[in-house]
Design a protein around this ligand. Sequence first.
Ligand code: NAP
Ligand code: MG
Length: 480
Amino acid sequence: MREYLKFYIDGQWVDPVEPKTADVINPATEEVSGRISLGSPADIEKAVAAARKAFASWSETTREQRLEVMLAIQAEYERRKQEMGEAITEEMGAPLSLGTGFHTMLGSGHLQTAIEVLREFKFEELRGSTLIRHEPIGVCGLITPWNWPMNQTCVKIFPALATGNTVILKPPQLAPYSAQILAEVLHAAGVPAGVFNMVQGSGAVLGTVLSKHEQVDMISFTGSEGVGVQISKDAAPTVKRVGLELGGKSAYVVLDDASLAANVGAATGAMMGNSGQTCSAGSRLLVPAARMAECIEAARTAANSVTVGDPLGNAAMGPVVSKGQYNIIQEYIQKGLDEGAELIAGGLGRPAGLEKGFYVKPTVFVTTNDKVIAREEIFGPVLAMIGYDDLDDAVEIANDSTFGLGGYVVGEDLETCRTVAKRMRTGAIWVNGSFDFHAPFGGYKRSGNGREWGDFGFLEYLEVKAIIGYGATPAHPAQI
Ligand code: NAP
Ligand code: MG
């Protein structure tokens, strides 16, 4: 049983102002795995005051001083990696190999990337006689979800700190453990008091206070569209910056020169990774309609070969995060059946032999793009496969979505892949399975407005100042 009852404020582990706790459920067993404290607005007030005070000095630190702190964090994070992975598995149900692997590695990847970007980033640039300065925005409220907890936390914290901001983290109630370990990492690494603060508890309570707060200069949020809209409204009267990373219904386009069996199988397997709880998941698989029979065979084989079970065992897929998410996913599967989609793998209920735990069957439907299961983000292991007639049709289907977060194109002819990728209206497209920590990540349309990862992630947390007439030699632009 884990007991994480203190918050991290002003460089210390402190008791909540009003004692109140909540149980945390292990999604694999449905048993209580630990307890956290639930914060109140008074805890946020303390955290904001600490962050505001610390901003005065942290914003004035040099690149080298911040680099030193980041390197100390890196050493400490490396030391705690195994524990971190175990916490992620326990809180949100990812198989242990995934928790200690990709989940934890995404956190360290964003940290390493922030270090690399910080070494090179041009905070000042002379253009003619005008000095352009990128200055930290101030006190940032970071509100994060449970599905890739270290990815989403680290992709915010490290760019924010590297650019001289101070932060208050509000982790997800469903998955609060990994954030607690990260706070311990930052403390052990000697991050100065008040630069990083963390209060656990309800988003509706704490997130609202942060979003409305006069002394909070920015909110960076990852999560659902509805909460993103609410945060924007709460933040509007104080005109603070709001960075939103919301949901998606990303298209995975398999071109007809690709090996269909291999690529449809890989796309299906990828959809089931992390139990389908990935905002950029390729949840609409677009395949050549003329070869649908082959694609159905490949998708069915791939979905049926995904082993589901205990995250501490050898299964490829664990449970989904909570009873609530389980129920939502079941409703979507029922919806798919009701709207006449062809079920080719999985379906309603738990996989055979799993009576306890929030386990969902890897499910594949063949459908059309106008159906609810092709339009709404299900956030579970449910794939909608859709046939396209030609490339124009594929692009039209891909773009016919209220979302625009990710996209995938696979094919033999790179030039065709490039053309399709350029025509897709989304913030990031992965061609033939490539991956890049320095590539910006964020959404078009209702998938959000910010860009995280790499140097674009730094710009999220920076104001732009122009000092006109700063340069003595305007005829000779130079870089400082
Ligand atoms: P969510 O409700 O949007 O929660 C994300 C974070 O926002 C949590 O820390 C949450 O706190 C907090 N929050 C909730 N209400 C808030 C408010 N009024 N003001 C400020 N913060 C608030 O997401 P969820 O409930 O975890 O998942 C629901 C759906 O969101 C999923 O089905 C999926 O479609 C989408 N989602 C998308 C992503 C993504 O990466 N784009 C990630 C996760 C979820 P609590 O801890 O109290 O909930
Ligand atoms: Mg919620």
